[in-house]
Ligand binder design. Structure first.
Ligand SMILES: Nc1ncnc2c1ncn2[C@@H]1O[C@H](COP(=O)(O)OP(=O)(O)OP(=O)(O)O)[C@@H](O)[C@H]1O
Ligand SMILES: [Mg+2]
Length: 259
């Protein structure tokens, strides 16, 4: 079993360029003030969530996501894993309690500022959300393209990222032709384009066989080793048994944490 906090250094699997690309975010966070370094990336305090007039599906959630941490978020189907990831991604607002993202109370952040803050969080959705009419390369580059960035400023990064996730040969293929594992890796590459400080993945091994699940897990571990905090929502016990990592277990609306 691998211990998420005591893994050996990379054995040269990363090319120099991708290593530089991914470590930029580590260096970026090192440049922050001491005050910001000492606080967790994300802090929840007595957070509750209900949809409309329905029952409260998340209750009194109090936890931190520390910098560079690695954790599994688990619990039975319907326990609220995806809902909690949506809170972490700031695409949902809690119905009560306090959420601090990167040291800021999100209820006090003006709406127009949220997309900027959201760039510091990468998310891989349960259903990938790749656009079928765009190639793998175009899907991964899309977040930068819609922001009006010049292709010359990101092309090398996109190609390196795609190589890193093992899709170097699939850059010009449309998503319908990709396997489940390949789609998952394209979605991971897209989530990493903004060099997020925390990566959220919703059931990333839901549609792949055990060898591919292992490969995806290794990608997440490598990313974490380079300094990105990782939260993986899963009910794949076989996956969790491979790593000695923090477990956040949702059940009956409550969260238990095993460090
Ligand atoms: N948009 C929504 N509107 C109303 N209820 C919702 C909505 N999304 C989720 N729910 C309800 O919230 C609860 C938690 O759902 P959620 O999808 O977060 O669970 P989950 O743990 O991710 O489940 P799974 O393991 O099946 O993916 C469920 O009872 C679900 O029906
Ligand atoms: Mg879910």
């Amino acid at each position: 079993m691998v211990n998420a906090s005591q893994r050996s250094p990379s054995n040269g699997r990363l090319s120099g360029k991708i290593y530089r690309l991914l470590t930029v975010l580590v260096n970026k966070s090192r440049g922050e003030t001491k005050n910001r370094l000492s606080c967790p990336l994300i802090h929840f305090e007595n957070v509750g969530l209900r949809y409309g007039m329905g029952p409260e599906i998340l209750r009194d959630l109090t936890f931190d996501i520390p910098k560079k941490s690695f954790q599994f978020l688990t619990g039975p189907s319907g326990a609220g894993k995806t809902s909690l990831l949506r809170l972490l991604f700031m695409s949902l607002q809690p119905t009560r309690g306090l959420i601090r993202m990167f040291g800021r109370d999100i209820s006090e952040i003006p709406r127009p500022e949220l997309p900027l803050l959201r760039r510091r969080v990468g998310i891989v959705f349960q259903d990938f959300r790749l656009l079928d009419h765009l190639t793998t390369y175009e899907n991964v580059a899309l977040p930068l393209r819609v922001r009006g960035k010049d292709e010359s400023s990101y092309k090398t990064d996109v190609l390196e990222l795609l190589k890193w996730v093992g899709l170097g040969e699939r850059i010009n293929v449309l998503p319908p032709v990709l396997s489940g594992g390949e789609k998952q890796r394209a979605a991971i590459a897209r989530a990493l384009m903004d060099r997020p400080e925390v990566l959220l993945a919703d059931e990333p091994t839901g549609n792949v066989d055990p060898p591919m699940a292992k490969r995806l897990l290794n990608l997440f571990l490598e990313l974490n080793r380079l300094g990105t905090a990782v939260v993986i929502a899963t009910h794949d016990l076989a996956l969790m048994e491979q790593v000695e990592a923090r477990r956040m277990i949702l059940s009956g609306g409550h969260l238990d944490i095993y460090d």
